[in-house]
Ligand binder design. Structure first.
Ligand SMILES: Nc1ncnc2c1ncn2[C@@H]1O[C@H](COP(=O)(O)OP(=O)(O)OP(=O)(O)O)[C@@H](O)[C@H]1O
Length: 332
């Protein structure tokens, strides 16, 4: 697959004027400008292929929005090279804008007092979308995002969930190859989050639209993005499949064996008993290699086993372990 986004040693440094306290400090600041350097993005490299869905994750101030703003051409990198669809985005903002879609969860692109449909019409003119394609896309998006009931209502009357669905539709009317989303589910309730996630996942699968999203919500990653890029303090900490992250951290799967009657104490090689409720026993498996078949063979016959459940470690737990074990990942 060809890379449609390539970042090589990309960095972004902001220079913020130092503030001094008190009146004397304010005067000092006027005549003696000193700056603090903020390395919002520091030497980040990755490539993204067409059709991928990638989650960009990190704590507050990690540099996620700054990276998205560079990829969309809003900010100019301070160092390194960045290419989106074969071009440096900040040098080709107009052409770049025609081929990408952008959704900023906290900033609306819709016109507040106009009906949703009118905002869409504005984009139709800006992007010069042919009438038939516009009609097709509007029908598809309106159906997929269940917007039929509110297309003719002013944006200010919409719920946050309705508005977010309209924001996403607005960003997709011109058929962008890449959709960037900065915190698309922030502030939404569970039902609205679910609708947004299902749609994005379907869009990626059915239309092959490349998706890059930043989020604090790990469930966004679980449901939309097989690949995860993690950053902290501007630096790249992990880039790979969520499953590889789990394996690298040794996060363990949880096995629950349920019996018709309490079989008493049970020990299994390769598994550690973490809680014993009599008829239900919970184990943590020591490694990725152990399968249910291994366990059942180890257990042997003669047990009144009624259910076996194997759960992947919760992603929240994986990420927590990650931040506690950053160094372990260096060689992962
Ligand atoms: N225009 C700016 N001028 C100065 N510093 C900035 C500017 N924009 C961002 N920063 C700083 O750069 C760092 C990274 O900010 P950024 O918004 O990219 O982080 P983030 O990971 O998106 O955070 P959050 O999850 O809180 O949105 C922060 O320390 C922030 O204060």
């Amino acid at each position: 697959m060809t890379a449609i986004i390539a970042a090589s040693g990309v960095s972004k440094t902001f220079h913020q004027p130092k503030r001094f306290s008190g009146l004397g400090g304010a005067l000092k600041g006027l005549f003696n400008r000193e700056y603090t350097e903020i390395h919002a993005v520091a030497d980040i490299s990755f490539t993204i292929a067409a059709g991928e869905a990638v989650g960009y994750l990190g704590p507050n101030g990690a540099g996620k929005s700054t990276m998205i703003k560079m990829m969309t051409g809003i900010l100019v990198p301070s160092g390194g090279t960045l290419s989106v669809l074969g071009r440096a985005p900040h040098n080709h903002r107009m052409i770049n804008a025609a081929e990408i879609g952008v959704v900023f969860g906290q900033r609306s692109q819709l016109w507040w007092d106009l009906p949703v449909r009118d905002s869409f019409e504005v984009n139709r003119h800006i992007y010069d979308i042919p009438a038939a394609r516009y009609a097709d896309n509007l029908a598809y998006l309106s159906d997929m995002l269940a917007m039929g009931g509110y297309l003719d209502r002013p944006v200010r009357q919409l719920s946050l969930g309705q508005r977010m669905r309209a924001e996403i539709a607005m960003a997709l009317l011109h058929d962008p190859k890449i959709l960037f989303l900065d915190e698309p589910t922030i502030g939404l309730d569970v039902v609205a989050k679910d609708a947004v996630r299902k749609f994005l996942s379907k869009l990626n699968r059915e239309r092959g639209t490349t998706i890059i999203l930043t989020t604090h919500d790990l469930q966004d990653i679980e449901e939309i993005c097989p690949r995860l890029i993690m950053v902290d303090e501007g630096k790249l900490l992990f880039d790979g499949e969520v499953t590889r992250l789990r394996a690298a951290l040794g996060s363990r799967r949880r096995l629950t064996l349920t019996f018709g009657t309490d079989p008493g104490a049970i020990t299994l090689a390769g598994a550690q008993l973490v809680s014993d409720e009599g008829a239900a026993k919970h184990f943590l498996l020591d490694s990725e290699e152990i399968s249910i078949l291994n366990v059942l063979t180890e257990l042997g016959s003669g047990y009144d086993l009624s259910d076996v459940a194997l759960e992947e470690p919760d992603i929240e737990e994986v990420i927590r372990t990650f931040y506690q074990n950053k160094s372990k990942l260096a060689g992962a």
